[in-house]
Each structure stands twice: as C-alpha cells, then as structure tokens.
Design a binder for this molecule. Structure first.
Ligand SMILES: [Zn+2]
Length: 343
C-alpha cells in the first residue's frame, strides 16, 4: 500500500523492516503502457487502467448480513447520496464493496437513495444539486483532477467545497484522507521528510492527511472518545478491537481543536513493537491517533472513518452501523455534538 518517492536503499530497507508504510498516495513513475485486466484494476496502482467496479458476491453477502434493519433516525426528507469511488493513487480492492455498503445501507434502512460513480466528472455544481451528501470511498491522490484540464479540475474542487459549506454533507472512509498531499525528500540524511497538503481546504475539510499506517493485519484497540454521541451507540463504551490497516495523520493536519473525535487508537494498549513501527522521523508527538470524527464545515457536516482497508471489516456490524450513523449525521438527520474535542 505504499510507494516511496525518494529512495535511498537504507530508507527503503528501514521502512520495510519496520513494517509500516509511508507515502501511500504517490503513483509510481510511468513505465511501460498499461496492460489492463479485463475486470478492471484494483489492489495497487492503476497506471491508468479503469478501476474494478464490482465486488465479490460472497463479500457482498457477508456485508449485507451486517447491515442494521432500521435507520438511527427517520430522514427528514428523501435523501440522496452520491458515492465516489475514484482512486488516483493506490486502488483498494475494497472500494466496490464500500460503495455497495452505502447503497445497501440506504436501501435497507430507507435512510437515503444512492448513486455510485467512479467518474470525477460527476462533481459539478449542477449535478451536486440533487444530492444531500457525497461519500468518498477510499479515493486516493488527486481524485478530482483532470490532468489535461486545469479549469475543469478547479470547477470540481470548488463545487465540492461549496457543496459542503452550503449546508450539505461529506462522508469519507479510509483512504479519503490519502488524498491531495505530498512528501518532500528530507533536507539531509536522517532528517524528517516534509509532509504537506496540496489542497489545504480539502485537507482541512476531511480532517487530516495520511502520514503512514500500521500494516494490515494489525490488531488495534479503539477507545470511545465520546460515549454519549449517537454516532457511538453501536460500540461498548469500553471500546473495541479491530484488525485492519490503521492510518495515522501528519502531525499538524489533524487537530482536536477543529474536529469532534468519536473514536481513536487506545495507544496505551498498543504493544511497544507496534508503537515502534511508526516512522521515527514523522512520529506524532501527542500519541493521538483519531479513528473517526465529525466536524462542521461552514453550514455543512463532515464524517470520517479511517478503517475500511480490508473487506472483512465490512462484515462487522458495529463498523457498518457506525457508517450508517455517520452518513445520517452528514445528511443532517442525526443530530450530534460536533463541537471541537479541545476547546
Ligand atoms: Zn488501505
């Protein structure tokens, strides 16, 4: 799930040994023309191939069995959600399943209707008018960009920002934070690389950007930061264990002064071995690794959940229920305290 953009062998070896990967967003340099699989590309970098857009039927069945019967709150009106599955960096195999999860959540509970697209051209002011929320299914890289048309790119980016700020919703899962950031080679050997957002308004709106991750499979104990939140009723207040690939955010890109944290890594319960896998040069100094959160952006609402790398996560009832509640919050139906966790 990673590619290094700078590559002294020592750094490669060190990160491989640590088992924690960095710099996931950057696509590899172009090589030979793509030899695209007929079913579409997933599980790596596309090199320009169309993405796979259908999920394994057995995975869909297992996911459907985890979907709640009822919404957390009745929708105030007929809600429509646009799911975008376009990944420009790493393409997760779980993207089609994530898109189907949103569709079936809405269908079974009656909380919303869903349109699924893998085409960034769907993000225009006119098209977004019919939707109440946009869901980003592990989008990576510059997922709204048209590399050949700067004006179109800017139109899409502004359309998404305006959509949310006007009072609509944005929900994102896993690699929705592995978007629009770059890593610059360290100034000197051993120095920290510079991590930077490349679209600050989006980086802030989604609540952070990717720095590194604990590889799949790593057992993480999650703590419930706000047991009183209606978005956390599916969890035991004591927390829960989950096995997935767990993201960490660049130090200053995530802040409790901006977002209302719902769940986070129980760092005290993490083994010393796993703690040591976080690259030392960019290690967070606060031991604060959010897993899910909400925030107000303008008049709109944003929900983000950092897990969802592996298909098996979508078979777990609390996880799927958390996404249901998060989307209902983003839609404006489920009310919750979304004030920043740190005042
Ligand atoms: Zn992943």
């Amino acid at each position: 799930m990673r590619l290094l953009v700078f590559g002294p062998f020592t750094a490669l070896a060190a990160i491989a040994l640590l088992g924690l990967s960095s710099f996931a967003q950057q696509p590899p340099p172009p090589s030979k023309p793509p030899n695209c699989p007929p079913e579409g590309f997933s599980g790596g970098f596309t090199r320009g191939c169309p993405q796979k857009q259908f999920a394994n039927p057995a995975d869909v069945s297992a996911m459907m069995a985890a979907i709640p019967d009822k919404p957390y709150v009745a929708p105030q009106s007929l809600r429509r959600v646009l799911v975008l599955g376009r990944a420009v960096g790493w393409v997760h195999t779980s993207i089609p399943l994530a898109t189907k999860m949103v569709e079936y959540l809405g269908d079974k509970t009656g909380a919303w209707m869903t349109t699924i697209t893998y085409d960034a051209a769907a993000i225009t002011p006119e098209n977004l008018k019919q939707y109440d929320a946009v869901f980003l299914a592990s989008t990576t890289g510059a997922f709204l960009d048209d590399p050949n048309d700067k004006a179109v790119t800017e139109l899409r980016k502004q359309a998404l920002l305006d959509f949310v700020k006007s009072g609509k919703g944005l929900a994102g899962i896993h690699a929705a934070t592995d978007c629009y950031h770059s890593t610059t080679r360290p100034a000197s050997p051993g120095a920290a690389p510079v991590l930077a957002g490349t679209w600050p308004e989006f980086n802030e709106m989604i609540g952070g950007f990717f720095k590194s991750h604990w590889n799949y499979p790593t057992l993480i104990t999650a703590k419930i930061d706000d047991p009183a939140s209606p978005l956390n009723v599916m969890f035991s207040p004591r927390g829960y264990d989950i096995i997935d690939e767990t993201y960490t955010f660049a130090q200053d890109s995530f802040s409790r002064k901006r977002v209302h944290v719902l769940t986070s890594v129980n760092y005290a319960k993490m083994s010393a071995d796993d703690k040591a896998k976080e690259p030392a040069a960019t290690k967070r100094t606060d031991g604060d690794y959010a897993l899910s959160y909400i925030q107000r952006v303008g008049n709109g609402r944003v929900f983000y959940e950092s897990h969802g790398h592996d298909e098996k996560v979508y078979f777990q009832r609390p996880f799927v229920a958390h996404i249901l509640a998060g989307i209902q919050y983003a839609l404006g139906d489920l009310k919750a305290d979304d004030s920043p966790s740190e005042k």
